[in-house]
Design a protein around this ligand. Structure first.
Ligand code: GLC
Length: 394
């Protein structure tokens, strides 16, 4: 039975934090064509392994990343501990395909956790339940696997033992939950077709996680991908529904509610350009002003934004991303009170912008100029105690 009381306690900090940093980093930063490069180009493992031999992030300093996140006004972060390529940024005892066996020679996850905790941020880990490196993960005929059309793999498909993969996957999640201190978010990615729910032995997985990390919040992708809600949006969530819905590259137009109209905790994950992982040619960055307006929109609809950075192969966040983070931080420094601890208001959406609310304070984000006064309907003058410009108190 779904424990609504415990749930509301668990998600409270998350709903107040509103703004986090997503970090997609790994071997794919070397080919620099995005984190799906192996699948998109149907790249055989032997073409990808040279990147494992080469990976040497000489500039990796997660304290710089953490400072950039904090100064941007972000309150939590989520780093890819393992993406679909199967490369582990953490020192897993269950595989050799890990950062400690590269020239990096370090546990990149441990250093990230230490650095972001030191800057006062809550810390999360993204873990891909999809694994294109593991021999027992479906290859031929799988929807996404780089070798999905390989006749050679077809010949050996029947030798794969998915239970052996699940033992590996559950074992790695246990490593993350027991070797790295308190985790605030576990961000799984992603379910598809019949690869969902108990196919992952998700109830057992979630029970194990919660036994070690009772306060951690989990996303909804043990059930769906970034385009689905999952059972969290029903009145009877499954044991692996997760704690928040994770719309990807979209701000839900009408916000998100459960099927009976209840509030639904959600977090929109958004890239700064068009790629999660580092993509050297992708200079299509969103202006900070756009991202700020979208963050306001998320909060006005009771949601969070997880804004992504994709560090390069040397361990540097791209300069365009750092500039955007700085501009967002300048705005958050003056206007953060209209984001943190806020949610939507019951007022109708005003013509010229959006409203966020915290208790008896309404924050009217004027995004379009008006000729004459700026109207705000749904509230009468005698209800208004005072009006102040948040950025300078005037
Ligand atoms: C998609 C992509 C994955 C990315 C995720 C972020 O699921 O498969 O590369 O990590 O979106 O939400």
């Amino acid at each position: 039975m779904f424990d609504r009381e415990a749930y509301n306690r668990r998600v409270q900090w998350f709903q107040e934090a509103r703004f986090g940093m997503f970090i997609h980093w790994g071997l794919y930063a070397i080919p620099a064509r995005g984190e799906w490069v192996r699948s998109v180009e149907q790249m055989p493992e032997e073409e990808y392994l040279p990147f494992f031999e080469e990976f040497d992030p000489v500039d990796y300093d997660p304290r710089k990343w953490a400072r950039a996140a904090r100064e941007a006004g972000m309150k939590y972060a989520v780093l890819t501990a393992k993406h679909h390529d199967g490369f582990c940024l953490f020192d897993s005892a269950l595989t050799d395909f890990k950062a400690t066996n590269t020239k990096a020679g370090r546990d990149l996850v441990r250093e990230y956790l230490d650095a972001f905790r030191a800057e006062g941020l809550k810390v999360g880990l993204y873990y891909s339940i999809i694994d294109w490196h593991h021999p027992d993960y479906p290859h031929y005929g799988d929807q996404n696997h780089p070798m999905r059309n390989s006749e050679a793999e077809k010949a050996v498909e029947k030798e794969r033992d998915f239970d052996r993969y699940l033992a590996y996957m559950h074992g790695q999640v246990k490593e993350l939950c027991t070797n790295y201190g308190k985790l605030d978010v576990m961000w799984f990615d992603f379910s598809y077709g019949e690869m969902t729910g108990e196919k992952w032995r998700a109830t057992e997985l979630v029970n194990m996680i919660r036994s070690y990390q009772p306060d951690v919040i989990i996303d909804n992708r043990l059930e769906v991908s970034g385009t689905g809600f999952g059972s969290l949006a029903t009145d009877d969530p499954s044991p692996y529904s997760g704690d928040f819905v994770s719309p990807e590259q979209i701000i839900p137009p009408q916000g998100l509610k459960t099927e009976s109209g209840g509030d639904l905790v959600w977090e929109a994950c958004i890239t700064m350009n068009d790629n999660w992982g580092y993509c050297a040619k992708d200079k299509h960055f969103k202006p900070a002003s756009t991202i700020i307006k979208k963050l306001v929109e998320c909060v006005s609809k009771n949601g969070n934004m997880l804004l992504n950075v994709g560090p390069d192969a040397k361990g540097n966040i791209p300069k365009e991303s750092l500039q955007i983070l700085k501009e967002i931080g300048d705005w958050m420094g003056k206007n953060g009170n209209s984001i943190y601890g806020c949610k939507g208001s019951s007022l109708p959406k005003p013509e010229n912008g959006r409203v966020t609310q915290n208790g008896n304070k309404l924050y009217y984000h004027v995004m379009e100029n008006a000729i004459g006064s700026v109207p705000l309907y749904g509230i009468s003058r005698d209800q208004v105690k005072c009006v102040r410009l948040l950025s300078d108190g005037s």
